[in-house]
Every structure is written in structure tokens, then in C-alpha cells.
Design a protein. Structure first.
Length: 256
């Protein structure tokens, strides 16, 4: 029997950490207490749904699943993977925990809501789902030493988790707009712009961001590449996102 999901809030000073890169400087005031409270409420609902979806997906795939801890903090916090810093979110393999900066996530939610006119929920859910994707990679023992597509695959897995957690209810146009805005904010800077940049983005889009040359300064991919991976996950499966990734001498079944 899998252990129950534990959600822990640790308040120290004001911030977050890891697999979500911060490519844009904060240009607005920190989130208010009410905005943080609204974001935390959304995270509590989303994590329960994502956890249940992940457990179901792993059960169907014949995988062993253990619920990760989800820890929100402000300022900084020590973890088994070292100190988690402000303005980020990170999945730690060593303590099976997802850490996130409560204030930063609340800011993302407020920014997205202001941009699309929605409640900004997808800007809260995506970073958490992305880190959950990394936790699934850890649980499956995937080896990205040869081809480091772990960030791309985590974006894809985020799409799978979010779709599975909604029980067949598709994302609305405003939710997709929130996701697109979030990718714009969290995507790596493009390596090339203009005609060269458009050519690289087109090639990667045609190849599903696999086998192409990422047009990004960083491992996560630029905003367009991240959105492609996320959309792929929304309409595909666990096995699709990690297909052909080495794992203890064998490959993950693409049919899952």
C-alpha cells in the first residue's frame, strides 16, 4: 500500500529552486499574502489529483509508485540535494521531495491571470507537474547520461499527468493561454533568433523536439519547444514521453 501524500509548508524568508529555469527577472511586486493563500489552495487540490493520476498511470504500466512529498517554502531551505534557492521549483531524487517557492509560484499565478483573464491556475499546476515528471523519471530509473532529454520529457510527462488528473476534461482556451504564458516566462533564452531561429523551431516542431538541435541556451528548451513537449503529453501517454530512454539494460515500453 502506497503511503499517503504529504504536503508540507515551510516558511523561512521568501522563495524556491530547480528544474524550472527562471529566464525572466521579476518585474512586479512580490505576491501578496492573499495571492499566496490562493496559490497554496490551488496547489493542495492539484497535488492530490496529480498524485492519484500518477499512481493510476504507474499501476496500469506495472510500475512501482511512491507518492513524493511536496514542500513549499519561502526564503531558502536545506534538502538532501543541497540548499533550495528563491524563484524556482525542484525535484530532489535523494529525498523524493518536490520543493517550490511559494511566493514565486503565487506570482506566476497572478501574472498569468492578469494576462489571460483566467484564475491563473495552470501557471501554478504546470511547474509542480513538471517536477512530478522528474520524480517519475527517478522512480523508473531512467538513464539520461547519453542523451539529456530529461527536461523535455518532464514537460511531456507534465502534460500526461495534467490530462490524466482531469478525467477526460480538456484544457480550456484560457488554460492553454496560461500554459503558453508560463512557458514564455520559464523557457530558456533562444540560441538563435530571426530566420535561423524560426528554421530551428520549425525543424524541432516537425521532429517533436527529438533528434533536432534545440534552439535554446539551456537544457529546458525555449518557450516554443516547451509548449510542444507539453502539448504532446496532453494527448499521449507515459510510455510515449520516455520512449527509447535506456533503463537498466532495457528500454521503456513505448506502448504504455
Amino acid at each position: 500500500m502506497r503511503p499517503p501524500l504529504r504536503i508540507v509548508a515551510v516558511c523561512i524568508g521568501s522563495c524556491l529552486a530547480h528544474a524550472v529555469p527562471i529566464s525572466a527577472a521579476r518585474s512586479q511586486s512580490p505576491a501578496t499574502a492573499s495571492q499566496v493563500a490562493a496559490s497554496e489552495a490551488r496547489i493542495r487540490i492539484a497535488t492530490v489529483a496529480i498524485d492519484a493520476a500518477a499512481a493510476r498511470l504507474f499501476h496500469d504500466a506495472g510500475e512501482r509508485y511512491t507518492s513524493p512529498r511536496v514542500v513549499g517554502y519561502q526564503g531558502s531551505i536545506n534538502s538532501a540535494c543541497g540548499q533550495m534557492e528563491p524563484n524556482n521549483a525542484e525535484a530532489c531524487r535523494l529525498d523524493a521531495t518536490i520543493y517550490y517557492d511559494r511566493v514565486f509560484i503565487a506570482e506566476l499565478m497572478a501574472r498569468a491571470a492578469g494576462k489571460s483573464g483566467s484564475d491563473g491556475s495552470m501557471a501554478v499546476i504546470f511547474p509542480i507537474a513538471h517536477e512530478w515528471g522528474h520524480e517519475l523519471q527517478f522512480m523508473m530509473g531512467l538513464d539520461y547520461a547519453k542523451f539529456n532529454t530529461s527536461e523535455h520529457d518532464a514537460d511531456c510527462l507534465a502534460g500526461v499527468l495534467i490530462a490524466a488528473s482531469r478525467n477526460g476534461v480538456s484544457l480550456s482556451s484560457r488554460e492553454l493561454a496560461d500554459a503558453e504564458y508560463t512557458m514564455e516566462f520559464l523557457g530558456d533564452p533562444p540560441l538563435a533568433t530571426g530566420a535561423w531561429g524560426r528554421a530551428l523551431d520549425r525543424i524541432n516542431a516537425e521532429r517533436g523536439n527529438r533528434g533536432g538541435f534545440s534552439n535554446a541556451i539551456g537544457n529546458h528548451g525555449n518557450s516554443a519547444e516547451r509548449m510542444i513537449a507539453f502539448r504532446d503529453g496532453l494527448r499521449s501517454s507515459l510510455g510515449y514521453c520516455v520512449r527509447n530512454v535506456p533503463r537498466f539494460g532495457r528500454r521503456v515500453d513505448q506502448s504504455q
